[in-house]
Design a protein around this ligand. Structure first.
Ligand code: BES
Ligand code: MN
Ligand code: MN
Length: 457
């Protein structure tokens, strides 16, 4: 499409500078200190949607952070693509590990460094720019609805209700999301699944106050030691998770499906080198691609207790805590797994301590079909702009709302992400390649074109 190409070429510098402006807004959803910035970011997204050519757009307030919604309906007989993304970002700390400020975007070596560069401002902004390209060249193959939320990184607390309340308005033929990664630009891929999540917090309490570790140590159980023992027992010697019933509903894949997953290019030596580890770790009997794609896992996200300040303080802490999450695969239910975890953790607690287990947000796993017209349109779009057939992969991350698109709106999702696994999302020095940003803007309109064609339009 020549008109698309020309419009992109003429406006590419502006597209990039607009993204950098968006990245300057610290829209950290988890920290109430940034509430004003989050709402300022929603306003900025609204302005971009209107400028891109939406007929209508609005900031929809919620109990938490606002959702930005806009649409451009060109012809009721055309199919409709519902684009989803998020404008909120993860907290930036630890700040001292960033080469440049997380909200002072800088381009080094062709990469944009900033919190949210890849997850998800850089990627959701590609959709707004793709919409602009199609709208301003009067060549919209589909109707477009855009929903950009501000609470993805805190569990999309209020988006489920928004879906319920706006079923009519959100009517569409498919959901299109760019919030996942590709293997590499040489090996373009499309994620055909996401894992679910159950996130728990535990508190182990020993004595009723912090104690002198010489006067009492050795005679009273130390909750930090007990917590470590309890956590260590959650994996067995084969790194299987020991919670009774944990694997009961796990979908076991056929040998052919496993072979397909393992046929994706993956260099174990390169992987270890890049992460600075001597060996990989994981559930016995599975490859690294399977461990992150199709197997459930359990991770300690944070653990604390006792004295962590400067110098040494001899103390036997009264309490120790941890945040523990489990990634889930299709068929496992987030609520059921949370309940199993709680029952097990309470059961294994020795009588020296009391434990309190609470559940945070969660979400269900999804598998997106690879034989649907929507997936095929995405694959064809990739072939058009990358000159290669994309490889279907199973992603390890979670986007809990995707399961609700299906449950509430009856819509399947296509995960057309352009990030890379080493983009440092949620980490210091998050980045997104300028090349990927432009490639996304170039590819997305073709999705709309081929999707419309699959409807005979
Ligand atoms: N974009 C990520 C999810 C993701 C990353 C999927 C890479 C596939 C590949 C999303 O913003 C995210 O971080 N999700 C959270 C869950 C959420 C409930 C906080 C996650 O996966 O930890
Ligand atoms: Mn994301
Ligand atoms: Mn994220």
């Amino acid at each position: 499409m020549q008109a698309w190409k020309e419009y992109q070429a003429e406006n590419k510098d502006r597209f990039l500078s607009e993204l950098l402006d968006l990245l300057r807004i610290p829209s950290v959803s988890a920290d109430s200190k940034y509430k004003g910035d989050v709402s300022r970011c929603a306003d900025a997204v609204l302005a971009h949607l209107l400028a891109a050519g939406c007929d209508t757009a609005e900031v929809c307030p919620t109990q938490g952070h606002p959702i930005v919604y806009g649409e451009k309906i060109v012809d009721a007989s055309l199919p409709t693509v519902l684009v989803y993304g998020h404008y909120d970002v993860q907290p930036a700390d630890p700040l001292n590990l960033w080469t440049s400020g997380p909200f002072d975007p800088q381009i080094r070596d062709g990469k944009i460094y900033a919190r949210g560069a890849c997850d998800d401002k850089g990627q959701m902004f590609m959709h707004i720019k793709a919409l602009e390209v199609m709208a301003k060249t009067n060549s919209m193959p589909c109707n477009v609805k855009v929903m950009i939320e501000g609470e993805e990184e805190v569990g999309s607390t209020n988006l489920g209700k928004f879906l319920q309340d706006n079923k009519e308005r959100l009517k569409a033929d498919v959901v299109l999301v760019s919030d996942t990664s590709m293997i590499s630009m040489e090996h373009p891929s499309i994620e055909s699944g996401l894992r679910g999540l159950a996130y728990m917090e535990v508190e182990v309490t020993g004595p009723n106050r912090d104690l002198h570790s010489g006067v009492y140590g050795g005679a009273v159980a130390n909750p930090a030691t007990i917590l470590c023992q309890m956590i260590a027992s959650l994996h067995d010697e084969n790194n299987h998770i020991t919670i009774p019933g944990f694997y009961d509903k796990v979908d076991e894949l056929s040998a052919a499906e496993r072979a397909a997953i393992n046929s994706a290019p993956f260099d174990l030596e390169e992987y270890k080198k890049e992460l600075g580890v001597n060996e990989v770790w994981g559930e016995k009997g599975y490859t690294s691609l399977e461990r992150t794609g199709i197997r459930p896992t359990l991770e300690v996200n944070g653990i604390w207790g006792g004295y962590i300040g400067e110098g040494a303080k001899t103390v036997l802490p009264s309490k120790a805590n941890a945040k523990i999450s489990m990634r889930l695969v299709p068929n496992q239910s987030s609520d059921e797994i949370s309940d199993l975890f709680k029952a097990h953790f309470e059961k294994i607690a020795p009588s020296y301590v009391k434990v309190k287990v609470t559940a945070h947000h969660g979400g269900e796993a999804v598998v997106t079909p690879t034989d649907s017209p929507a997936y095929k349109a995405a694959a064809k779009a990739i072939v058009t702009t990358f000159g290669k057939e994309p490889i279907p992969t199973r992603g390890g991350g979670s986007i809990p709302i995707v399961a609700l698109f299906e449950k509430t709106l009856g819509l399947k999702t296509v995960l057309l992400g352009f990030g890379l696994d080493n983009d440092n999302i949620h980490s210091p020095d998050e980045k997104y390649d300028v090349f990927n940003f432009y490639k996304g803007i170039e590819t997305l309109p073709y999705f709309h074109k081929y999707f419309a064609e699959s409807f005979g339009k």
